[in-house]
Design a protein. Structure first.
Length: 379
């Protein structure tokens, strides 16, 4: 789905740590890249001691740091030494954002000269600069956040077309009618500063902050998946990815995630949030009696409607009959009933990954595994 313009020398085998800091928990994987395979050697999940660590401008550094440390200690207890390992880090969609920008250039009809290597480089620089400016302006308009408070993490060319035809490079072609699609990932500067402080205190080195969109092509398991809507149903926030003809066209967030369902159960049943989360997970896994499940369905009806309203507001009615669903709350019947033609993505669906821990069974690990797969590109 993307093009690697700046190739890196690949090593046959490399150990690395993957950390997924979500809105409810931290997940840690210790992985080894061996040729074309990723081997998971250790896995751990550590829930935050309390919810709301990412509310508004509040970024609970100490709570997050404590959870990261506990997750790492759990992995180390499985016999893996994490000292000085490079870290691939992914963050929840309420923190780390991604957007797609389409840049078009119409050239003079009479221009017949072919694009040189130097001109190609200049075009790429111009395209990435314009894409960054356009995405900053768009996000500022959506959120009210000033461009100066946003930090760009990566800009990546996804697709290039000349006169409507996809190409892998520009040089050697005429300059007429260029279309270049760019993926940008970014977050607020004060979030990035807090994250750097956490990892400096823990003496861990972040090799790359990875957004799921950068690795999404790894779950294109068949041709049908190249025209899909991918949903990552997270804790406080969900996100979706619209893919057409194998090209990523739109990314956005939904304000409702699995946490809203837990909170509703907590309020209605008078139980603490931890117990409500566990009850929600048992309900989603069909481990409760029919009577209890029916009672929970009644309680969650309003949250289901809120999720539907936000969904229709963002992308209207979904025309695609192929929907790939993953994330911690993806097994909730309320979510699946709103999306026809759903396929839930599980860790076992990744053909080039070997889970030696035998513990990665749930779709909640897919974001972590997508970041893990990014290791194939940089090691």
């Amino acid at each position: 789905m993307g093009f690697n313009f700046f190739g890196t020398k690949r090593k046959k085998e490399k150990l690395f740590l993957v950390l997924d800091i979500g809105t409810e928990a931290v997940k840690a994987l210790i992985c080894r890249k061996h040729n074309s395979k990723i081997i998971v050697l250790g896995a751990a999940t550590q829930y935050f001691e309390r919810y709301g660590v990412f509310n508004g401008k509040i970024f609970e550094v100490n709570v997050i740091k404590k959870s990261v440390l506990k997750a790492i200690e759990q992995v180390q207890s499985q016999g893996q030494n994490l000292k000085k390992l490079p870290v691939l880090l992914t963050l929840g969609p309420n923190i780390l954002k991604a957007r797609v920008s389409l840049q078009s250039f119409e050239q003079d009809e009479g221009l017949k000269t072919k694009i040189s290597k130097t001109q190609e480089k200049a075009i790429f620089q111009q395209v990435l600069k314009k894409a960054q400016e356009e995405i900053y302006q768009r996000f500022s308009k959506e959120s009210g956040i000033l461009s100066k408070d946003i930090e760009m993490i990566s800009l990546r060319i996804l697709e290039m077309k000349i006169n409507g035809y996809s190409v892998s490079r520009l040089r050697g072609y005429n300059k007429k009618d260029l279309e270049i699609r760019v993926l940008a990932t970014f977050l607020l500067k004060h979030y990035l500063e807090s994250i750097k402080r956490i990892f400096a205190d823990l003496e861990l080195k972040i090799l790359k902050i990875v957004h799921l969109a950068e690795s999404l092509s790894f779950i294109f398991f068949d041709e049908k998946a190249k025209n899909s809507v991918f949903f990552d149903v997270g804790g406080e926030t969900s996100q979706f990815f619209l893919v057409k003809r194998g090209s990523l066209e739109q990314i956005d967030e939904l304000r409702v995630g699995g946490k809203a369902f837990s909170e509703k159960l907590s309020d209605a049943l008078g139980i603490d949030e931890e117990s409500a989360r566990i009850l929600k997970e048992r309900y989603a896994s069909k481990l409760l009696s029919r009577e209890v499940r029916q009672r929970i369905r009644e309680i969650l009806l309003l949250e289901k409607r809120a999720w539907q309203q936000d969904l229709e507001l963002k992308i209207g009615r979904i025309s695609s009959s192929n929907i790939q669903l993953f994330g911690g709350a993806s097994l909730l019947p309320e979510i699946q009933e709103l999306l026809s033609g759903v396929k839930v993505v599980y860790p076992k669906d990744f053909k080039n990954i070997k889970d030696e821990t035998k513990s990665l069974k749930s779709p909640q690990y897919i974001p972590c595994l997508l970041a893990c797969y990014y290791g194939q590109e940089i090691f």
